[in-house]
Write a protein that binds this ligand. Structure first.
Ligand SMILES: Cc1ncc(C[n+]2csc(CCOP(=O)(O)OP(=O)(O)O)c2C)c(N)n1
Ligand SMILES: [Mg+2]
Length: 332
């Protein structure tokens, strides 16, 4: 594995803080109704992305996830200003403002969305890996899904094929404790989701995903295995989300005390503590990072605010249209 150094920790701190603040800004502008539709935030889960990016080959590897998908493309190299503009529904967004929150996508950066159907991305992730194997491309696909999605039938259908064909894919459950408002314990007799891999003879296991080092170690092993042609791995990344499922969630299913317990092991605080303990950065240097992050978030906001909305005439250019459909005239 690429060594974890002072530079890694400095990068982790700046990236993770940026992702957190970028989404805090989204929450704020959502309340102002500048961002519409659903908005599911990644707040608390950042160590997963940080650890993953450390061990991926960003020139080759691919990523696909569900609708909690704003910061992953940024990590994969997409301009954050374009992600924010997409959320604002502006022309300069990653999908010209036509996708919105749940559909960030950049083929150029090998980030394949952005999927609102729970579990919908599981077979698609295996499909990307199938194509890489078929065309003999040396790439691995990280397929992220939630604890709720792990109970979808599509997971089992996909696992059957992925192990049979030794596909270069890593299935990563981000177990944040809840599927919308329903806790894992309420819906499942076994709360150890990683054990689902056992039935498929797939290498599998749990990971402390509040810690980016632990995520990097587990994913490095899985990615190496996939690259060697030894097939898929199933990891349960144990994490937590601090905000509601989406912005319209009263959070009656959990206590404030529970959230506070997890905040004590916040991934960003853990990384910051290591920066301080190892004297990787002085207070002044940390303040300088915090300022850079704040400035970049403001730049993204300004870019999105100042961008134009798409021309209404273009609305039907990006949806499937059957020219001879008999009932509705489609073009505006
Ligand atoms: C097929 C399908 N069923 C139900 C929904 C409604 N829904 C949206 S998110 C969600 C919960 C998913 O939870 P989880 O997989 O744990 O992901 P998390 O939101 O925690 O990241 C549900 C039931 C949906 N979008 N798609
Ligand atoms: Mg969940």
């Amino acid at each position: 594995m690429k060594k974890i150094t002072k530079a890694t920790y400095l990068k982790w701190y700046e990236d993770m803080l940026f992702w957190r603040k970028f989404e805090d800004k989204l929450a704020q502008v959502y309340i102002q109704q500048k961002v519409r539709g659903f908005l599911h935030l990644y707040n608390g889960q950042e160590a997963i992305l940080a650890g993953a990016l450390h061990v991926m080959d960003l020139e080759k590897d691919r990523m696909i996830t569900a609708y909690r998908n704003h910061v992953q493309p940024i990590g994969m190299g997409v301009d954050p200003r374009r992600v924010m503009a997409e959320l604002y529904g502006k022309k300069t967004g990653t999908s010209q403002g036509m996708g919105g929150s749940m559909h960030i996508f950049s083929k150029e950066h090998r980030f394949y969305g952005g999927h609102g159907i729970v579990g919908g991305q599981i077979p698609l992730g295996a499909g990307l890996a199938f194509a890489d194997k078929y065309f003999k491309r040396d790439a691995v696909t990280l397929t992220f899904l939630g604890d709720g999605a792990a109970r979808q039938g599509s997971l089992h259908e996909t696992f059957t094929m992925a192990v049979k064909w030794n596909l270069p894919v890593v299935f990563c459950v981000e177990n944040n404790g809840y599927a919308m408002g329903t806790s894992v314990a309420r819906t499942s007799k076994s709360t150890e989701i990683w054990k689902l891999g056992l039935g498929y003879d797939m290498p599998c296991g749990p990971v402390d995903a509040m810690n980016p080092e632990k995520v990097a170690e587990a994913l490095d092993e899985a990615i190496t295995r996939a690259r060697k042609g030894e097939g898929p791995t199933f990891l349960e990344l144990k994490t937590y989300r601090y905000r509601g499922h989406s912005m319209s969630d009263a959070q009656k299913y959990r206590t404030k005390e529970e959230v506070a317990e997890y905040q004590k092991i916040d991934p960003i605080t853990q990384v910051k503590d290591i920066l301080k303990e190892n004297k990787y950065a002085s207070d002044k240097e940390i303040k300088a990072i915090d300022k850079r992050v704040k400035d970049l978030v403001s730049e993204c906001e300004k870019f999105a605010e100042e961008s134009e909305f798409p021309d209404i005439q273009t609305m039907y250019d990006v949806v499937y249209e059957q020219k001879d459909y008999p009932f509705l005239p489609h073009k505006l």
